[in-house]
Ligand binder design. Structure first.
Ligand code: HEM
Ligand SMILES: [Ca+2]
Length: 882
């Protein structure tokens, strides 16, 4: 062949090829139907079926899968008709870009979008306005590299580059992926769990099902389109001799998003975006079912647990009817109790946010509260992912390389409408499954004093019991106090021999599954991804690991991506090797830059500056504190407890404050502006210039000026004493007088200061509300103190509350005892709290030198600690001998 056929030839062949496709699909259906009728495929899996929980394929995905099969059969027929060789097939047919013949219906029809919508759609559509299907649930995974199907378009990758088959997946698992425990010093098992939770937000492959949603038993009936079982090689060290097969079903085929005829693609059932879909679901129906539809809340069950699921399906084992399985935005929720707890925490966080928003926004209805809370929660999840989780996994350099690091303030202008957010096959089937190596063999629950449960993972798969008996708090605490495993070739036998095991010896093998899954998707081998990532050489492994790989695979080109990547030596500061770091880095870059609603973005979808700063406070620790009874936690929850990361009371771990969300409904920000500069009259040789932030006043969503008040002191050209008794002073200025301590007579400010004198300063302001903080300081500029560092002396701080001084501190930091022999404050509240009198007494001669007093008052409305309206009264008294 060699020469590419014309597009017209392809099109003509495809039109003919589409004829009769339905009949072939019907024939395949009959195979599944008879397997079902004969009791081989069952809706409720038997004890010896460990694949059940994976089979949670939605009806929508099944429909698309049928269409995908028709597309695929058409592609195959087309290639046969044109006698194109398998090795050229994928490339040729993809390059031809043939639109679907009329007989085939494209399942991907673009919706109508509202480009001004403030909230994400539930299914992720319309995020990209020009390509509204990008990232939507029930759309295909995207690819980084062209697939290597055995027949060019559909059959799994199965051949070595030297000809002959690739090594058996179970063989690789048992020879290469040993089950040694290598704890990762300094990190906690929470690293595993948040990693899994994130994966359940961005990807969920659709797997083939049998008739009426039954589980395909691909060990009993192997040769069916949906089957891809793993034969267990003889002499397995764990599986019994009477077991010869691991049941693996293929991922459903789907047409590509543009519905051209071509190679097999795979379907992601959930939104590709990191958007909280694991909490809210990925379709409107799912979401509605999870909501109470009042107050913006999500459903819960007693003890504030997840709502329960009466029909268990294949995703959960019901041990007792009093502990039903759970329902969440992602159907895999019941996989194990740590995951269930994580889901619970997020649902509680949503309800906490919705309730918190309801108070200051009484006009918001259920829908508005729900969407606003969902928007904040999505941002929190992204913040935790990009600021806490990814830096641990990738290390600082990789974070920088892919531009993943969140900013500490301000906005990011990184949205790129040409960036495809879609999850990539290599990421889904291999790179991001690195987390399977994180898994520790036990599930720990801890009540703060003692372990309340410490059980093998295999005994907790699919069972919600621990959540009921130990509680979410204990499980979360357990996660922060148990170790995580190193990312390396070792995977605990809980998942390589006992995955979803119901009868001993008949569990699944997740390592083998990952390898088989990569071949199912026909992703190229490990070396191809090294080249894509521009890595030198063929290995980034220790010599021993490299030798092991070479012993198993006939050529380095054959190495599957999962075993090759997971066993690399980790990058600096990260937990994964360079190939996975590259694939994960690229994926999270797409998920960030390709997401119009990424939380740090400026523009129409942006949070206000204050809101963004609140989101930036959120950590896993604050999330747990706000939503469980954990009570104390180490602030860096992904790191183990140690000096510098010790247990802290939750009261001291700030979480997002909803204040900046007060009545932001349709609020058009009006930022504050300064008034024109005003001048006071002259006081001696000085006068004050001031301007106030009131022109205009900032509204509730606007930003205030940098300061509430600005004051400058300037000289007057007249020469008069600085302060004179009886002067009428403007309201924001203080008054000072000095008296001779012996005679109690006022010393004119122009006159010499006697040895013992008292200077009294009165701050006087009509706008002091219910609270004010005064700080007074005394600066000695005398010649003898000039060279001393500590000559700035804070004398006192006083909080005036409702007419009384409620708090004062004396903090004389100066060490010049000669001049500040005695400092005394005397709060005298003349005319209620509007005036404050502070007295400085010195009992020693000052000589000919000058001294400055400075009084600062911060006046606040409302809570002392939240908002201080900053008002500065600067008062400078020159107590200078003439
Ligand atoms: C106890 C913990 C876990 C268990 C039992 C578990 C189990 C599984 C199973 C059974 C599958 C489906 C395999 C297949 O048929 O292809 C899967 C897929 C996957 N897992 Fe895990 N896993 C766990 C933790 C993790 C962690 C910590 C991560 C990442 C940090 C992770 C990432 C993935 C990814 C990306 C997929 C593919 C999902 C998809 O596209 O549908 N898993 N896992
Ligand atoms: Ca999602």
């Amino acid at each position: 062949q060699g020469i590419s056929a014309s597009r017209a030839q392809f099109q003509a062949a495809a039109t003919q090829a589409a004829v009769g496709v339905e009949a072939r699909i019907a024939a395949a259906d009959r195979l599944d139907r008879s397997a079902f009728d004969e009791g081989v495929d069952r809706v409720n899996p038997g004890l010896r079926d460990s694949s059940g929980p994976q089979l949670l394929t939605t009806a929508t995905a099944n429909e698309i899968g049928r269409v995908g099969q028709a597309f695929l059969d058409t592609a195959r027929n087309t290639l046969v008709r044109m006698s194109i060789r398998p090795e050229d097939a994928g490339r040729e047919i993809t390059a031809a870009g043939i639109p679907p013949p009329d007989a085939l219906r494209c399942p991907f029809q673009p919706p109508n979008c509202d480009p001004t919508a403030k909230f994400r759609t539930i299914d992720g559509s319309c995020n990209n306005v020009a390509n509204p299907l990008w990232g939507r649930s029930q759309t295909p995974f995207e690819r980084l590299l062209a697939p290597i199907y055995n027949d060019g378009v559909s059959e799994p990758r199965s051949a070595s580059v030297f000809g002959g088959p690739l090594p058996n997946a179970r063989l690789i698992s048992r020879e290469f992926h040993d089950s040694m425990s290598n704890p990762l010093a300094g990190s906690t098992h929470l690293l595993m769990e948040i990693g899994q939770f994130i994966s359940h937000d961005i990807e969920f492959q659709a797997l083939s099902q049998g008739y009426a949603g039954a589980n395909l038993d691909c060990c009993e009936r192997k040769n069916r389109p949906g089957c891809f079982p793993i034969d267990i090689p003889p002499n397995d060290p764990f599986f019994p001799p009477n077991r010869t097969c691991i049941n693996i079903v293929r991922a459903l085929p789907t047409p590509p998003l543009d519905c051209t005829i071509g190679v097999r693609h795979q379907l992601n059932q959930i939104t590709h975006y990191l958007d909280g879909s694991a909490i809210y679901g990925s379709s409107d129906d799912e979401t509605r079912d999870l909501r109470t539809l009042t107050g913006g809340l999500l459903k819960t069950s007693s003890n504030n647990l997840l709502p329960t699921e009466p029909t268990t399906g294949t995703g959960c084992i019901l041990t007792t009817s009093t502990r039903p399985c759970f329902k969440a935005g992602d159907v895999r929720v019941n996989q194990q109790p740590m995951l269930m707890s994580m889901h619970t925490v997020w649902v509680r966080e949503h309800n906490r946010l919705a309730r918190g928003l309801a108070l200051p926004n009484p006009t918001w209805d259920d829908e508005r509260l729900f969407q606003e809370a969902r928007r904040i929660l999505g941002a929190e999840l992204q913040h935790i992912t990009y600021s806490e989780f990814l830096p641990e996994v990738l290390g600082r350099r990789v974070m920088t390389k892919y531009g993943l690091k969140p900013r500490s303030n301000g906005y990011v202008n990184g949205y790129d409408a040409s960036e495809q957010p879609m999850v990539r096959s290599a990421f889904a089937t291999a790179a991001y499954r690195f987390g399977h190596s994180f898994i520790w063999q036990r599930v720990l629950a801890h009540n703060g004093a003692i372990k309340t449960s410490d059980r093998l993972l295999k005994d907790e798969f699919l069972k919600p019991d621990l959540v009921y008996t130990r509680g979410v708090g204990d499980i979360c605490r357990g996660l922060t106090r148990s170790p995580v495993e190193k990312v390396d070739k070792s995977l605990t036998d809980q998942i390589t021999n006992h995955l979803f095991e119901r009868e001993r010896g008949f569990g699944g093998d997740l390592a083998a599954t990952n390898i088989q899954r990569g071949r199912d998707y026909a992703i190229p081998g490990y070396q191809a991804y090294r080249r894509l990532c521009e890595l030198d050489g063929q290995f980034s492994h220790t010599r021993i690991v490299q030798q092991k790989l070479n012993g198993i695979y006939r050529s380095p080109e054959d190495i599957d991506l999962f075993p090759g990547g997971v066993s690399e030596f980790p990058v600096n500061g990260g937990k994964v090797g360079p190939t996975f770091a590259c694939l994960i880095g690229r994926q999270f870059k797409s998920l960030k830059n390709g997401d119009r609603f990424y939380y740090e973005n400026s523009g129409d979808t942006a949070f206000s500056g204050n809101q963004l700063q609140e989101i930036r406070k959120v950590t896993l620790a604050s999330l747990f504190c706000a939503n469980t009874d954990i009570g104390t936690i180490q602030p860096k929850a992904l790191k183990s407890i140690r000096p510098g990361n010790t247990l802290v009371n939750c009261n001291n771990i700030p979480h997002l404050d909803l204040n900046p969300w007060r009545a932001t409904g349709g609020c058009v920000p009006v930022n504050g502006g300064y008034s024109a500069w005003e001048r006071t009259r002259c006081f001696g040789t000085w006068r004050i210039r001031y301007r106030i932030c009131n022109n205009p006043l900032p509204n509730e969503c606007g930003k205030p000026c940098r300061r509430q008040f600005e004051i400058r002191i300037e000289t007057c050209d007249t020469h008069r004493p600085v302060f004179r008794r009886g002067n009428a002073v403007p309201p924001h200025v203080a008054m000072a007088e000095s008296r001779d301590s012996k005679t109690n007579t006022i010393i004119p400010l122009t006159a010499p200061t006697p040895n013992i004198a008292t200077t009294t300063v009165t701050a006087n302001h009509p706008n002091i509300a219910d609270r004010a903080r005064f700080e007074a300081s005394y600066t000695d500029t005398s010649e003898q103190c000039k060279n001393e560092i500590n000559k700035d002396t804070t004398i006192s701080t006083m909080v005036i509350d409702a007419g009384k001084a409620v708090h004062k501190t004396d903090s004389v930091t100066g060490d010049d005892d000669d001049t500040i022999a005695l400092l005394r404050e005397n709060e005298e509240l003349v005319d209620s709290l509007r005036r404050l009198k502070i007295e400085f007494v010195k009992n020693k001669a000052m000589g000919n030198e000058s001294h400055e007093f400075e009084i600062k008052a911060k006046l606040g409305h409302g809570k002392a600690q939240t908002k201080f309206l900053l008002l500065m009264i600067i008062f400078t008294a020159y107590n200078k001998r003439s």
